[in-house]
Design a protein. Sequence first.
Length: 222
Amino acid sequence: MLIGASLRPVKDPAAPTRPAPPAREGADGVEEALAARAAAGDVGAFDALVSLLGNRVLSVAMRLLQDRGEAEDLTQEVFVALYHHLPEFRGESRLSTWVYRITRNRALNRLKFLKRRQHGHHADVDDPDVARGVADPETGAGERADPVRGLHHKGLSTVLEAHLRALPEEQRTLVVLRDLEDCSYEEIAEITGLPLGTVKSRLHRARAELARQLGPLLDTLT
């Protein structure tokens, strides 16, 4: 998939310039500053947002949908929606949190549709966009409480993806957002609409199940 101008909707040159939402200050406000400029009609700022967030959205979509083509289509839809709804963004949370929420909601709707169509899913686990986020040597290999971060070797990440597919959709979403996309618990609660305590308890159960299934592999990393 081409990440960049191909995701940008065609802008009507006669359309009025949209007012920019306020941008957050500080190092974490880069996404929000770009969003403010893009909402005001800065095409280059929107392209920069796509470059900044595109692969992350595709990664989440791939892991939730388990189908490369569906994930690419969903990524297109997410950025079209983002383009049209940027004026609604008020900077009260990170833009990436808002984008993840759009991605998650649309992915779940797509999964329901595909299940009705009895569509077969198959993840391309060797795809570099899927493997991204697993190869992080700084997170400490062999952590039983967090088996996802321990599987840093590509051969093991392939096994991890297979086990992720076996998790219920909600648990898979939590693991992807927390352990592979590094969202905070608070961000995940905002993305999923779940209470903070529920996020933590269900994520713990998902990690425990992964640790149970992947125990022999985790032992080889200690």
